[in-house]
Unconditional design. Structure first.
Length: 154
């Protein structure tokens, strides 16, 4: 399968200065970004949840696919360069290999999250700790998806 960087090499670049915001939590989405080089920090509700440093990493896919505002802020942690995919839904419709990359990424993240929830649940059952939060997390992972961007296509 072609790499994300190869699939986006002809798209515009955006350079970020250290500390510059690429995405701001709560802002409208629509663009997808691909990290070419540098390091980005992801924060949600003021809590750092991830660091992105792998060339070819995708940023903004949740907002694009769900058709919702950005759920986190992404800021450059030093100089960084990204490729910008404007009108990302249209781009994904025209570029099946890129859509496959996005789908694979989402599935990998869900698989890792599910495995972590299972591990936490086992640990909490073994120690007899409170199940409330873990129960809510597990339920949210197994609940039907809310009607969103793709509801009209069902």
């Amino acid at each position: 399968m072609a790499s994300v960087l190869a699939l986006t090499k002809s798209l515009p670049q955006r350079s970020l200065a250290p500390g510059e915001a690429l995405i701001t939590e709560g802002d409208a989405g629509g663009e997808l970004f691909v990290l070419e080089h540098g390091k980005l920090t992801v924060e949600r509700d003021g809590v750092t949840i991830a660091t992105i440093a792998d060339p070819g990493a995708l940023i903004g896919e949740m907002s694009v696919l769900l058709g919702v505002d950005h759920s986190a802020s992404v800021r450059a942690d030093g100089p960084a360069t990204v490729r910008v995919i404007e009108d990302a839904v249209n781009f994904l419709e025209r570029t099946p290999l890129m859509a496959l990359h996005v789908a694979t990424l989402a599935c990998e993240r869900l698989d890792r999250t599910s495995a972590l929830v299972v591990q936490l649940r086992k640990e909490s059952e073994a120690s007899g700790t409170e199940q409330g939060l873990l129960g809510r997390i597990f339920s949210s992972l197994t609940a039907p998806a809310p009607k969103g961007r793709w509801a009209e296509h069902e």
